[in-house]
Design a protein around this ligand. Sequence first.
Ligand SMILES: [Zn+2]
Length: 241
Amino acid sequence: MQLEFPWRDESTLQHELESVSGFRLDLTLTNNTSTMMSLKRSRVEKKARLRLHRMFLTANAQVIRALATWLRRNRCSRSSTVINEFIKENKHQIDHHSPHHGVRGKDGRLRDLSALYRAINRKFFDNEVDAQILWGRMPSRRARNSIRFGSYSQEENLIRIHPFLDDPFVPEFFVRYIVFHEMLHAHLGVGESPDGRRRIHTREFKRREKAYPEYERAVSWLSDPANLHHMLRSRKKNSGA
Ligand SMILES: [Zn+2]
């Protein structure tokens, strides 16, 4: 499972907010764990100093509009609801992020891949998948213009999961989906068409993948480029690279 990513960055977010609100902004993004947003503004000058949690990099157009409304006036219960919902849905992005937080196992990992694998095997494959699963290696810096979340090697009967996914920012349902996807490869095998080409995502594969209950949720999380942006950014920071 591999993907290329363009993304939204801080200045894009600032431009979007400025153009929707009509305010000139001094925007700071934070990893604050208690205050998700704070504002100092001059309505007369249409200027504001705004501090937002980094999670807002992943905000959709509706949330951007709600933020703009909040900038322009004090109270608006409809936009407060939109913003509060967004914050609730993005709790997983709140910084338990720093190396000092987050419960890590003996292997130094936040997530237990074998446990995810066993649960998925039981639930979706009648325990029939018999492959190994491991965290992949952290890629070198220059290899970071695309990301392979997971891979399955038929020769080694081995599933590798990208270490970027061992991050509290990435919701567990997304990691489960990637593990499921690679297990489905292990289960169905890699076929060959009559012309000798490898057939990987066959019609049967796609049908089974779409039937996976968290498929839509995972795909929609992935379709927001800001999520990838955030994931890479936080990994770079934490690894000091
Ligand atoms: Zn695949």
